[in-house]
Design a protein around this ligand. Structure first.
Ligand code: NAP
Ligand code: MG
Length: 481
């Protein structure tokens, strides 16, 4: 945990907020105060962007891809060395069960490893043109990139965005969420320890409507990357539009798991449960709708209910199926969905249980399965961001596709069937950025391009496509005669 409130890092120097204000950080498992953050404002963002610009012009844009690769590799190794400490920080700060926090830190190290390896393999194109000409397209870094991330996976999102961004030769100003950013502070220290030059990675802790808004509206940002709610995504785009700053937005989903009558129940059930309870449902790609063919609906829902009823919720240290939600605000939001579902008469089929040792000041909610849910009900349309699964009935393949596509979102989808032709037909017709067949969210997906369509946002992170996202093509034509 940071022992001071100097949690802003600009040009390699740690400092308090320019206005001297602070933010208290509380542990979601028991509500106790665990740290204080600097509350950065416009002045801090101005300084951070200035530092990132200077580091881009003077240092990072002149660093070879091989050197960037070595530095990112060193950071990956350092994160792995400190994995136990980082996992403890992440679990306490977010409330997530320890084993999930450990997995998140391992994935974060893997992001730096992957993008370290990719940094010097990014290639441009040559284009056949007229006789006497040579045409090429170079991939160049965008310049100074602004990052705003949410509180659900602070470490992983730091890895996913910063590793790709720096590998491609950009410098950055990073604004995490005040609800959970302690692992990001520690990893920013580690980045400087391994020799990432001052000014390449600047961190400004603070509130969204202050530091966040100042960053998104800054005139000297070349590219803005945002992950969070659709509402704030709109604000980011409006702010960026004033300077025609391009954006990438990852705004969550209402992702379907489609279970056909020939599905292998034993394969599908644990994955479908994990996809809704992971991180207590606070996951953009949570599989929050399970679409079940009518002929197997009762049988499948009964088996699903048995598993949901067995789930346990408790403190991050108890390391159960679910931890607490991040904050009292999120708990109230999720409880609102539950109360309205009850009031609307939506049947609650199963509910997990709270561990008796859970602290009454923690933000706990039990996982729940509702169904059958009408396709237009808010449980089938809105992102709850809690461990609430909506079961929906469909009749045939076409009906399943219609329901799957009938939300404003399009992030990911799971298809459960042994029929090969159906697997491909449905995968092609579901509107989503990623589709999994007989699986879901395989292996953390560091290598797999990720991002949405429709209201889930645009732009791609992860995999090689992230490097393209963080670069821009420059066409150069030589008339050599
Ligand atoms: P949020 O408000 O969108 O927060 C995401 C990030 O944006 C945070 O760093 C936040 O800062 C910042 N921010 C807030 N207002 C801003 C503004 N006007 N300008 C610039 N940055 C701003 O999300 P939330 O309130 O924490 O969560 C609300 C709902 O959003 C959730 O229930 C969930 O449905 C959805 N959500 C989705 C994802 C996802 O991964 N897709 C992640 C989080 C939330 P501060 O936190 O410091 O204020
Ligand atoms: Mg916290």
């Amino acid at each position: 945990m940071p022992s001071t409130t100097k949690t802003i890092c600009i040009d390699g120097q740690w400092r308090a907020g320019a206005q001297g204000q602070t933010i208290d950080v509380h542990a979601p498992s028991n509500g106790e105060k665990i740290a204080m953050l600097a509350r950065g404002t416009q002045t801090d963002i101005d300084d951070a962007v200035g530092s990132a610009r200077k580091a881009f012009d003077d240092v990072w844009s002149k660093t070879t891809a091989g050197e960037r690769s070595r530095l990112l590799s060193a950071l990956s190794a350092r994160i792995t060395d400190c994995a136990a400490e980082l996992a403890e920080i992440e679990a306490q700060d977010t409330g997530k069960p320890m084993r999930l926090a450990k997995n998140d830190i391992a994935t974060t190290a893997r992001y730096f490893e992957f993008f370290a390896g990719a940094a010097d393999k990014l290639q441009g194109d040559t284009i056949a043109l007229l006789n006497g000409y040579q045409a090429m397209v170079n991939r160049e870094p965008r310049g100074v990139v602004g990052h705003i991330i949410p509180w659900n996976y602070p470490a992983q999102m730091f890895g996913r965005t910063v590793a790709a961004c720096l590998a491609a030769g950009n410098t950055t100003v990073f604004k995490p969420a005040e609800d959970a950013c302690l692992s990001v502070i520690r990893m920013t220290e580690l980045a400087h320890e391994v020799g990432i030059p001052a000014g390449v990675l600047n961190l400004v802790t603070g509130l969204g409507h202050e530091a966040g808004a100042a960053l998104a509206s800054h005139h000297d940002i070349d590219y803005m990357s945002f992950t969070g709610s659709p509402e704030v995504g709109t604000e980011i785009q409006k702010a960026a539009a004033a300077h025609h700053t391009p954006c990438a937005l990852e705004l969550g989903g209402k992702s379907p798991q489609i279970v056909f009558e020939d599905a292998d129940f034993d394969r599908a059930l644990p994955v479908i449960v994990a996809a809704i309870i992971q991180n207590t449902g606070q996951t953009c790609s949570a599989g929050s709708r399970v679409l079940i063919q009518r002929s197997i609906y009762d049988r499948f829902v009964t088996a699903l209910a048995r598993r949901i009823s067995a789930l346990k919720v408790g403190s991050h240290l108890a390391d159960l199926d679910c931890g607490p939600l991040i904050s009292a605000k999120q708990l109230a939001r999720v409880q609102g969905f539950i109360e309205r579902a009850h009031a609307d008469g939506v049947p609650c089929i199963a509910k997990g249980s709270l561990d008796p040792s859970a602290d009454s000041r923690g933000h706990y909610v039990e996982p729940m399965l509702f169904g059958p849910v009408d396709t237009q009900h808010e449980l089938a349309q809105h992102e709850v961001f809690g461990p609430i699964l909506a079961a929906i009935v469909f009749d045939d393949e076409q009906h399943a596709i219609e329901i799957a596509n009938d939300t404003p979102f399009g992030l990911i989808a799971g298809i459960w069937t042994e029929n090969g032709g159906r697997q491909m037909r449905v995968a092609k017709q579901v509107r989503a950025g990623q589709v999994y067949i007989n699986g879901y969210g395989a292996g953390g997906g560091v290598e797999l391009p990720f991002g949405g369509v429709k209201r889930s946002g645009y732009g791609r992170s992860k995999g090689f496509e992230a490097l393209r996202e963080y670069t821009v093509g420059k066409t150069i034509v030589i008339n050599h005669g």
